[in-house]
Design a protein around this ligand. Structure first.
Ligand code: ADP
Ligand code: ZN
Ligand code: ZN
Length: 727
């Protein structure tokens, strides 16, 4: 037999299949060592065949099987082919996605613990043979039971090493090594059995259909309960299940719930695990010891067989798109696996992504709606505050009068408040505090982003630059400011207003330690009254029954981000933040501060009216020709050598221009420096395109062809379709 082997060489351009002579029982998907040049290197058998075109005298033989079973399942080999085509990835990069990182080059080994098996023994006989003063040995003899296994380390701790050695010598104990599994730490939740209501039951029934479903349901409408019931059904049919959540670190609740209901049948996969934990969880999945995988994005590659259902919760979340190499969109992979296994794919969200909801409306996905909370309670009331009016009334501070008085009431009644500050990355914009005017690009209608180092305003869409201003061009006032208020300043200001109240802060800076996140949340849940200030980190899934007020300062930040997803992201984020208030019996309230009180995102968000928001947003997208009516494509080039990146950018651009000079399927095509022009010493350039849906596949093939043509080792090229961010 001949084995086709992909060799695993890091950072190399080698992505070719080589033929080797197979060993006895070499299997497809197996990891092997093969001679390559003068060395032995790791590779994966991706196919077996009878004959090779390579002359027999040149064929080398596989040196060794690294495991005696295939690491990569047949389904995943097909998925690899799909991703190569669909995402234009290197084969070996896709295969690596399917394996726990520690397994490659044996960075992690199974954790082996020595165990003791106790043989049958006659207690009295042995007692008579022990020395009278060996207390430990007598105690040990009384403790152990025949035909039982103990951990050697534990016995040594209790009775000392010499007693154990003595029993080993006497042959009463037999030593062996056993693998011990490293388990991720989780906070177990209390499970309560819930009887589904009529709407939930109906949806559960319909989820049997093997197609893509979208459950559009307000927060607290009982989506998670439906997932768990559907997964239980799949297990009872002898199948397995994948449950994806955005970021486990931020949503520990779901994991706790699943562990409580399904116990050891649940494996967890996410980036927060240690390499060893990841390795062991992966093994448990591969060998069928865990049939449910709960995890973040990468868990879609879990080595489950016979998948019966795949769920993507909070399907709109940005984390489902990988924007570093290898780039992929989780939904595409999920759809592939669902189709392969002929099982349903369930997307769920209170604020679905625009593309998904559009597909559901078109009938491409099956749409299910849950419009009321499972406990029939109303959503908390949202009050929109116009910050321009505050300014006119003489309040130049960062908190409106109503937010201040609501905070006072909340704290006086010993409840808790959250203050949310939407600050994404380095983004800051220029705003007139008197009239609300915001600096925008003349060509793109996108808000300009302020770059402090150069004192310039830049359009992140077309790259055009503008001088920073000192007066408002509209009302001439000098109250023109950078619109950024950081969490730190908010917390400072609050401590002046409420000197006796505990104020906690959760953002990127305060959560650098592994456990700091949990510590802050723990302290918050134990302190009353208290205010928690934070970024989007505080938006997700936390359940604090005493939070009765949520203040949103700087709500506009997200809308000013120059990105076609700015509206939908802001809508989703604010909805999620609002969902933190009034979760238990206490009534909740949201105060939303803005300079654009009439903006449709706020108007619809305040009424929890996603569907009207969708109608308006989709109309905007259609008119401006943005996804789903066109594709945004970015070709990103980065290199330590600025010249190389710049030259390649202009070469590719020239080819595109020549090819598509008169083609109106290219709606936009421009080359520029990337908004973040240098990262980790690499210079970054980009070509931005918008392409109509008509000839998209054909044009993409050409784009890949052109970028491949100019490929050189000093420049990395990424082609991204509808990227999450353009920085
Ligand atoms: P979602 O995932 O839509 O936010 P959950 O499934 O987490 O909603 O449900 C929200 C709350 O309502 C949970 O406490 C859950 O236990 C409860 N719940 C869900 N379905 C029911 C039901 N049929 N009867 C009673 N309580 C329910
Ligand atoms: Zn522009
Ligand atoms: Zn002005």
């Amino acid at each position: 037999m001949i084995a086709e082997v992909i060799v695993d060489i890091a950072h190399s351009q080698v992505d070719k299949v080589f033929d080797y002579i197979a060993l006895d029982n070499t299997q497809k998907g197996q990891r092997v060592l093969v001679p390559f040049g003068k060395k032995l290197i790791e590779g994966y058998v991706i196919n077996l065949k009878e004959t090779s075109l390579v002359p027999p005298e040149k064929l080398k033989k596989i040196a060794k099987h690294l495991e005696d079973y295939p690491l990569i399942l047949p389904e995943m080999l097909e998925l690899s082919d799909f991703m190569i085509k669909h995402n234009h990835l290197k084969k070996v990069d896709t295969l690596r996605l399917f394996l726990p990182s520690g397994i490659i080059k044996e960075k992690v080994k199974p954790l082996l613990k020595t165990t003791i098996l106790v043989s049958d023994f006659n207690k009295d006989e042995i007692k008579s043979s022990l020395r009278k003063n060996s207390k430990n040995q007598f105690a040990l003899l009384d403790f152990v039971k025949p035909q039982t296994v103990y951990k050697k380390g534990e016995l040594i701790q209790m009775f000392g090493a010499s007693a154990i050695e003595k029993f080993l010598e006497m042959g009463i104990f037999k030593e062996s090594k056993q693998q011990e599994l490293r388990k991720p730490e989780i906070t177990q939740k209390q499970d309560k059995t819930v009887k589904l209501n009529e709407e939930q039951q109906k949806i559960l029934e319909e989820l049997k259909i093997p197609t893509t479903h979208l459950i559009f349901g307000v927060t607290g409408s009982g989506k998670t309960e439906i997932y768990m019931h559907a997964i239980k059904r799949a297990l009872s049919e002898g199948k397995t299940a994948i449950m994806l959540v955005p970021e486990i670190g931020l949503t520990p609740q779901v994991v706790g719930l699943f562990k409580a209901r399904f116990g050891d049948d649940v494996a967890i996969l996410h980036s927060g695990l240690s390499m060893g934990e990841r390795f062991d969880e992966w093994q448990r999945i591969r060998f069928g010891q865990a049939n449910i995988v709960v995890g973040a994005r990468s868990a879609i590659f879990a080595p489950l067989q016979n998948v019966g259902i795949i769920v993507i919760d909070e399907e709109h979340d940005g984390s489902y798109k990988s924007d570093s190499n290898p780039r992929f969109y989780t939904h595409d992979i999920a759809m592939f696996r669902a189709k392969y296994n002929n099982c349903p794919l369930v997307l769920g969200s209170a604020t679905p992504c625009i593309e998904s909801f559009q597909k559901a409306k078109n009938g491409e996905f099956k749409l299910h709606k849950l419009l009321v909370r499972a406990n029939k309670k109303d959503m908390p009331k949202v009050q929109i505050v116009d910050m321009k009016q505050e300014m006119l009334a003489g309040n130049t501070g960062m908190f409106s009068r109503i937010l201040q008085s609501d905070l006072k009431d909340t704290l006086n009644s010993k409840n808790q408040a959250m203050i949310f500050c939407n600050r994404r990355g380095f983004a800051s914009y220029m705003i007139c505090k008197q009239c609300g005017w915001v600096a925008k690009c003349e060509d793109c209608d996108a808000t300009l982003v302020y770059h402090k180092d150069e004192n310039l305003l830049k359009c992140h869409f077309c790259g055009k630059r503008y001088k920073a201003l000192t007066n408002c061009p509209d009302c001439k006032s000098a109250y023109i400011k950078m619109g950024t208020i950081g969490t730190q300043r908010v917390a400072e200001e609050l401590s002046h207003l409420f000197p006796d109240v505990k104020i906690l802060r959760m953002d990127f800076d305060t959560t650098q330690n592994k456990s700091s996140h949990a510590k802050i949340l723990e302290e918050f849940s134990n302190t009353k009254p208290c205010i928690l200030v934070g970024t989007q980190m505080i938006a997700k899934g936390h359940d604090f029954p005493n939070v009765t007020l949520v203040g949103i300062v700087e709500a506009d930040m997200g809308l000013h981000y120059s990105d076609f997803r700015a509206n939908e992201r802001t809508f989703a984020l604010l909805t999620q933040v609002a969902g933190r208030a009034g979760r238990a019996d206490k009534l909740g309230k949201i105060v939303l501060q803005t300079y654009m009180p009439k903006h449709f995102v706020y108007r619809f968000m305040a009424n929890y009216d996603y569907q009207s928001f969708f109608e308006q947003e989709i109309a905007v997208r259609q008119m401006a020709k943005f996804p789903p009516f066109a594709y945004v494509v970015r070709i990103l080039l980065s290199s330590e050598k600025q010249e190389d990146a710049r030259n390649m950018t202009s070469d590719i651009k020239q080819d595109l221009d020549r090819l598509y000079k008169d083609d109106n399927n290219i709606l936009f095509c421009k080359a520029m420096k990337s908004p973040v022009s240098r990262i980790q010493n690499k210079f970054r350039y980009q070509i931005l395109l918008r392409i109509s849906t008509n000839k998209f596949d054909e044009i993409m093939d050409k784009i890949y062809e052109i970028t491949d043509k100019y490929q050189k080792p000093s420049v990395s090229t990424f082609v991204e379709i509808n990227p999450n961010n353009l920085s």
